[in-house]
Design a protein around this ligand. Structure first.
Ligand SMILES: Nc1ncnc2c1ncn2[C@@H]1O[C@H](COP(=O)(O)OP(=O)(O)OP(=O)(O)O)[C@@H](O)[C@H]1O
Ligand SMILES: [Mg+2]
Length: 230
């Protein structure tokens, strides 16, 4: 589904060069729950940003279902992000002055092919799925961290993206809330057949992943099907 070949991202600061990614080649398969792991500074976030079209590679190619992302115009990239991708960040990134319902509806409202009734129905459906329908008129600050992260997952899912990207979504959560978030990802993956690419450095998260790509110094050091995962 996504073919990533020889991806490099070099940051240049004055005379100093940092090879954040140094020739990464992987294929992401439709429907898989892929974990990207590795030590701090190994290039996980950089890889996710390149895949999610939030940053451009220095060299290398990303091809999604036949489309070479390097050849897209800025407008086409924006459309790709809006129509095909969903994002979940470590700090939830909810809009503080909007209600839960408004936050979740936001990506659907940006699309031209959704009428008001569809936006309402889709937002309600996904809020029910994450178990926060009854909190839809609350502001983000009135929710716990785990609940806020579930809202941000609902927001990422409202457009039913081809791929859901999550960068350390449990980093600010205790283990109980982390489990709720991971269980929700698993449910979305199994029931909605959603492809998920998630970055984590917590060893116990591995049990959730179908496959684990480990990065070290910007390179793939292992790429294995997870025998213990589902
Ligand atoms: N904007 C930037 N400018 C310069 N160097 C950067 C920039 N972003 C990342 N780097 C460097 O690139 C390397 C990879 O960073 P990246 O954020 O991808 O690591 P990571 O695996 O996500 O780490 P963490 O687990 O701490 O989030 C690091 O050496 C980092 O210092
Ligand atoms: Mg990171």
């Amino acid at each position: 589904m996504i073919e990533i070949s020889e991806l490099r991202r070099i940051y240049r600061m004055g005379d100093v060069e940092v090879k954040a990614l140094d020739g990464v080649t992987i294929d992401i398969i439709k429907g898989e729950f892929l974990g990207i792991m590795g030590a701090s500074g190994s290039g996980k976030t950089t890889l996710l940003h390149l895949l999610g079209l939030l940053d451009d590679p220095t060299t290398g190619r990303i091809v999604i279902e036949g489309t070479d992302l390097c050849n897209l115009t800025d407008y086409e990239k924006t459309m790709f992000r809006l129509y095909k991708f969903g994002y979940v960040f470590q700090d939830y990134a909810l809009v503080p002055d909007l209600t839960v319902m408004e936050n979740v509806s936001l990506p659907a409202m940006l699309r031209k092919d959704r009428d008001d009734q569809k936006i309402l129905d889709d937002s309600h459906d996904i809020l029910k799925k994450i178990g926060l329908f009854d909190r839809r008129d609350h502001l983000p600050r009135e929710l716990s961290g785990g609940q806020q992260q579930r809202v941000s997952i609902a927001r990422a899912m409202v457009n039913k993206p081809d791929i859901l990207f999550a960068d350390e979504p449990c980093a600010n959560l205790d283990s109980e809330n982390s489990r709720m978030v991971l269980d929700l990802f698993r449910e979305i993956n199994e029931e909605m057949k959603q492809t998920i690419v998630m970055v984590s450095h917590e060893p116990w998260h591995q049990e959730y992943f179908h496959r684990i790509v480990k990065l070290g110094d910007g390179k793939v050091i292992s790429d294995e099907i997870n025998g213990h995962g589902k």
